[in-house]
Design a protein around this ligand. Structure first.
Ligand code: G3P
Length: 214
């Protein structure tokens, strides 16, 4: 399973660079960094993590998406152009994929969207678990359904679980067979902090120090 960090915060990427396979961003994430030079951010990330860097287009029309996607791809070979699962986004996916440009079809909320993304040659598709949960449905079910359909038809597009809100989403997405996942810091940090690990380590050290004291 590829694990991506869902941030544009360079200091955060520096902290976790040994544990992630790439980085995903979107306009909201980039906006949190204030006035950003996308090219500058991408080049800084590329120096820390040698893996896919997802950057989303701002255009909503086919021509604009293709032009933006081509320009983003020129920044660095690790750039993966993020496109929404709209008519124009899927059409742009096909055009950019045919040019050999990596794509990540984002804001995916249904199996048909994911199927069309695969047929358009998407490198990744990003179903949003948390936002499906937000409307009272089960986001993990969508991951499992897409994984199953992709397996039935032999689609090569990789399922990239997104909008991950807690460690259970991580566990359940992995159990559902998601090829990749993108984690916000609040979830990734939970991988490295478990109360029982801390309690156990404290006990080990305490017992050891008693032995040394004898
Ligand atoms: O990768 C998509 C992610 O950034 C969206 O997360 O919590 O805003 O639904 P969220």
């Amino acid at each position: 399973m590829e694990i991506f960090l869902d941030t544009a915060d360079i200091s955060l990427i520096e902290k976790y660079k040994d544990f992630v396979d790439g980085v995903t961003t979107n306009p909201s994430i980039l906006s949190k960094q204030g006035s950003v030079d996308v090219k500058d951010v991408v080049l800084k990330i590329s120096k820390l993590v040698d893996g896919p860097i997802s950057v989303e287009v701002i255009s909503s029309d086919f021509d604009g998406m293709v032009t933006e996607g081509e320009n983003l791809a020129k920044i660095h070979s690790n750039v993966c152009v993020k496109l929404p699962c709209t008519f124009d986004g899927l059409k742009a996916c096909k055009a950019l994929s045919n040019k050999g440009i990596a794509t990540n079809l984002t804001l995916c909320f249904s199996v048909p969207q994911a199927m069309m993304a695969a047929k358009c040659g998407a490198t990744y598709v990003s179903p949003f678990i948390g936002r499906i949960d937000d409307i009272g449905q089960d986001g993990i079910n969508l991951i499992a359904d897409i994984v199953e359909v992709y397996d039935v038809y032999g689609f090569e597009t990789k399922v990239l679980s997104a909008s991950v809100r807690n460690i259970n989403h991580f566990i359940q997405a992995a159990m559902a067979g998601s090829d990749a996942i993108t984690l916000p810091e609040k979830v990734l940090e939970q991988v490295f902090v478990h109360p029982l690990t801390d309690i156990g380590l404290k006990k080990f050290m305490s017992d050891w120090s008693k032995l040394k004291g004898k």
